[in-house]
Design a protein around this ligand. Structure first.
Ligand code: ADP
Ligand code: MG
Length: 337
């Protein structure tokens, strides 16, 4: 059974950055306003996240790492109206199959925190032969989750791919995930720090705006070139909020930070369409910088995609992509006159 689970888990979590995305989304679901990430060897040795969210009740603690355990889905109808990130109840289970997981959590109405370690979905007794129970301990409100291992984490990936793992590349992917969520979640202070360094690589302020966060991460040079685009399209129950680079500014690689209903995703159709609009303005081999947040009816978005596939599809996709292009075109046109 352990082998089957490991294979299933490996399909979901095969890189530290995928695990971290799930952990960050859980912290956001728990309404955290502070999320701190700590990483060793690109997350291949250790990945830790500390939040100040609503915490995990001691009676739930024992089962949080079991498959299909979620506190976010109360009935089947909820599926179509989910507003939280997770609902599959698989992320922690998957991570606990590829790493040693330790959770310390305190809810506001508990006098103390509880701590438990997990392996293959189950609580590991603190002492051999002891009870497999969370143990009371000191701690602040919120949750700390550590994924660590003696061997490299995510060890179940095929050897041929594992051989290529570079801590630097994995860390860059982690930074990419933290940067995106830090920018989008104005009001949540994010830090990301790697072992051996005292200064964090990401450090956003608690009461910042999206633009403040972009400045913090990408610098003023980018912020000064951005145009705000805000539109509501009642026909598709769609809200667009974007910061798009003006027609005189370009970057070497298309920076496309897309959120649909606050989830960091990719949409090849939107991506391609935006590149096409800008191609009329920008020199060859240069690209725009775009942050875009779309809000639409949750039931119109295909949320049931595989967790490693960031690609999403939605209802009226062609029409909506067309509307987005028109809006960008108008905004670039206005700015030029
Ligand atoms: P899902 O997010 O799909 O429910 P997960 O495996 O990601 O499944 O998490 C399982 C459960 O663990 C969540 O439903 C939630 O109750 C709890 N949980 C996980 N992380 C946190 C956190 N940072 N704060 C509070 N509760 C959490
Ligand atoms: Mg989750």
């Amino acid at each position: 059974e352990a082998v089957v689970n490991r294979i299933a888990a490996g399909e979901i979590i095969h890189r530290p950055a995928n695990a971290l995305k799930e952990l960050i989304e859980n912290s956001l679901d728990a309404r955290s306003t502070s999320i701190q990430v700590f990483v060793k060897d690109g997350g291949l040795k250790l990945l830790q996240i500390q939040d100040n969210g609503h915490g995990i009740k001691v009676e739930d603690m024992k089962i949080v790492c079991e498959r299909f355990t979620t506190s976010k889905l109360r009935s089947f109808d909820d599926l179509s109206s989910m507003s939280t990130y997770g609902f599959r109840g698989e992320a922690l289970a998957s991570i606990s199959h590829v790493a040693h997981v330790t959770i310390t959590s305190k809810t506001q109405d508990s006098n103390c925190a509880y701590k438990a370690s997990f392996s293959d979905g189950k609580v590991v007794p603190a002492k051999p032969g002891g009870p497999a129970e969370p143990k009371p301990c000191a701690g602040n409100n919120g949750t700390q989750i550590t994924a660590s291992g003696a061997e490299d984490l995510f060890f179940n990936v095929p050897t041929r791919r594992r051989a290529l793992r570079s801590p630097t590349e994995e860390y860059n992917r982690i930074l990419d995930v933290v940067n995106k969520y830090a920018i989008h979640n104005a009001g949540v202070a994010f830090t990301c720090r790697k072992a051996g360094s005292t200064t964090p690589d990401v450090n956003t302020a608690p009461m910042a705006s999206v633009l403040d966060n972009i400045r913090q991460i990408y610098g003023s040079a980018v912020v000064n070139e951005l145009l705000l685009l805000e539109e509501t399209l009642p026909k598709y129950s769609l809200k667009i909020k974007a910061y798009i680079s003006n027609a005189n500014f370009n970057v070497k690689k298309f920076a496309f930070l897309l959120f649909i209903n606050h989830r960091s995703v990719d949409s090849p159709s939107i991506r391609k369409a935006i590149e096409n609009v800008y191609a009329a303005y920008l020199p060859k081999n240069s690209h725009p910088w775009v942050y875009m947040s779309l809000e639409m009816e949750p039931r119109n978005v295909d949320v049931n995609v595989h967790p490693t596939k960031r690609e999403v599809h939605f209802m009226h996709e062609d029409e909506i992509v067309g509307e987005i292009c028109d809006a960008i075109q108008r905004r670039l046109g206005d700015a030029n006159t």
